[in-house]
Design a protein around this ligand. Sequence first.
Ligand code: GCW
Length: 607
Amino acid sequence: MKAWLHALPDLPDSLSTPSAVAAWELSCALPGTVVTLNTVPDMAESYRAERSADGSWNISGGKTGVLYGAYALILKSLSGESVPDVIESAPKYRLRMINCWDNADGSVERGYSGRSLFFEGGRLDYDPARMRELGRLLASVGLNVLCINNVNVHFPCQLLLEDYLEQAAQLADLFRPFGIRLMFSVDFSQPMRHGIPTADPLDESVRAWWKETADRVWQAIPDLAGFLVKADSEGRPGPFTYGRNHADGANMLAEAVRPHGGVIVWRCFVYNCRQDWRDLKTDRPKAAWEHYAFLDGAFAENVILQVKHGPFDFQVREPLSPLLLGMKHTNLAMELQLAQEYTGHQIDLYTMIPMWRELYEELPADNIMSIAAVSNLGRDENYTGHPLAAVNLYTYGRLAWDPDTKAEGAVTAWARLTYGFTPEDTEKLVTLLLSSRRIYEKYTAPLGIGWMITPHDHYGPNPSGYEYDLWGTYHKADRNAIGIDRTAGGTGYLDQYPPEIRRKYENPATCPDLLLLFYHRLPYSFRMKDGRTLVQRIYDDHFEGYEETERMAEMLKSLPFPSPDREIILQRIDMQLHNAREWRDIINTFFHRLSGAEDEKGRTIYL
Ligand code: GCW
């Protein structure tokens, strides 16, 4: 299925404003329902939809608010949800972003849905009809910013150059009727590709170059949202080269884009990726805090620090990053990852909203102004490679609009919109999707330890693959114990949190099981709260994870998916079964060989 709006006819290319799109979508989706649209400029992105006694509707909203109101009414009606007489809504987050990791050569870094939707052969290359379809998909769940190129700007950032800008401007035109603004990733050292000898943010010629560049770019695309920057991260250039800090770097760019209303989204994924495993002092999860917390309040008002949701890198389970809790005087965005890099490559089922709900529960209400997610989209017919991975895009948008969105309601709405099964089958599908994250977690790295994945490619098990590498991701398993003590007595990572969080995790006897090995180094004989030993708990989770995958496969096979989804889904669940079996046996054998502990239930562990 081409995601959840597949039932609507293609959009004509003549619609140039959000209200024109809204009127057209309403006439297709709800024929016979009279809807009046009323644009109230002050309402910006918010809307109020009200049903009159005669059944007709009136939607008032800002320029894009009317569009969001129309989609809300359409999606609620089509998904069979009960539609209240008044729907009133405003987005919680200002920028609701999709970050694409698409390269100019058409490849997608960590992409599992085919090639880039936007680039091919070193140039912008897109299908306008597909762009409109994508625009409506994103707008229908309230997303409003699309950063089209990879944060690792491998190719000189052509998007900033004259001849590319023209085509990029045409792309921006295609998305504008959907309230979606483009954003570009830029390379911090870009001035050096244009004859400037340095990229030092305090150098006058550098500042002047960025100003001129911003002027040129915004002249072509006046509503460009801004620039996204990965600096001093994983080999990318940045202010550190010049002895400057990240406020110096971000504020310099912010000054260049400010006259145009642009923002600088500055990623905080900064850590030592050349670590020596012999070094016992450096603890990678501490890095973001160490680089940024002391700069709280030093960033310009049009800078947003974009922080990965956890302190490592999109593992199956990580605690919420302490930076998201600590920087009270800085604009922050939380970064999620729809692309299933560590979570099954869009082969294994992995519905993310249960994980996101846990993060949102811990986010203080007013700290965060924006949300970003790494895209899971590509040129595949169904956009997300695995047809069921579209649930992640849909629910991401719903949560970015309203962080109180409940997992079950949103997944059910998506399932109904996409497949229109009987209520029993919808319920089966929803149950299966909601359990998929926990199942994946059970058969992969245990209890928050992370990183037991095949290096670089990040699919399948390799328990010590990262152990002596330079990425700072170690579990230090020996014959007695596993893990790193991150409490005050250990690396002190936990000290980066407020006291109530510290108290929750500092004692292994009371630390929640699923993060136990993130925070503590423990012997295999450690008694869990339920009386099992740590190693027995690991064995049990892995056997259960595989069995539950088998049950999931049976259930999937019984559901009436239409073609071609059915074929793709069945082929991938077989691959997932194979993967889950590999994980189960390799992880169990790994721990058995180290600990010598037998499985109390006598199941097969290969020696
Ligand atoms: O998760 C890691 C990925 C890299 C990625 C990096 C990042 C774009 O393995 O492929 O680079 O994160 O977030 O910048």
